[in-house]
Design a protein around this ligand. Structure first.
Ligand code: CMP
Length: 136
């Protein structure tokens, strides 16, 4: 069954010129783009997006980082789009968890600068799509 997921190419991914690479991998997998926008997130948006991490040691740095430059927000859809994009992304830690062949495994070194975000469940996807694309 087709479903939608929220993907971010984070500011490190945009800065490094990896937007095309990420989109190419999404499309090659067979997933479709349902929405796409380049924007610099304001603090309120970033805090909503990362609400579950509020209070963690890395939270403030994470919000500073994600608001620190333009990012690309996408809604991606297709059969099993949520786990399919997480498979493409690889594990959160680009060295310890992500394997070569994944976006993070191929291009990342540090857990904060892990290039992309993908919703981790149907509930998260619904919540996150509303935050980034309230009119969708
Ligand atoms: P993401 O998939 O966007 O979800 C939460 C983000 O927090 C994660 O990717 C990382 O960018 C960041 N993160 C998770 N754990 C750590 C950590 N230990 N130190 C710094 N950043 C982290």
């Amino acid at each position: 069954m087709s479903e939608r997921t929220l993907v971010l190419v984070k500011p490190d991914g945009v800065e490094r010129g990896l937007v095309g690479e990420v989109i190419a991998r999404i499309e090659r997998k067979g997933l479709k783009l349902a929405a796409l926008e380049l924007r610099t997130a304001d603090r309120a948006t970033a805090e909503q997006h990362y609400a579950e991490h509020d209070g963690k040691s890395f939270y403030n740095d994470l919000v500073d980082f994600i608001t620190g430059g333009p990012l690309v927000a996408l809604v991606v859809e297709g059969v099993r789009a949520i786990p399919a994009f997480r498979q493409l992304a690889g594990g959160t830690d680009p060295v310890e968890k992500a394997t070569p062949g994944t976006i993070r495994g191929d291009f990342g070194l540090e857990v904060q600068y892990n290039l992309v975000h993908g919703s981790d469940s149907a509930e998260s996807a619904e919540r996150e799509i509303k935050i980034w694309f309230p009119n969708l």
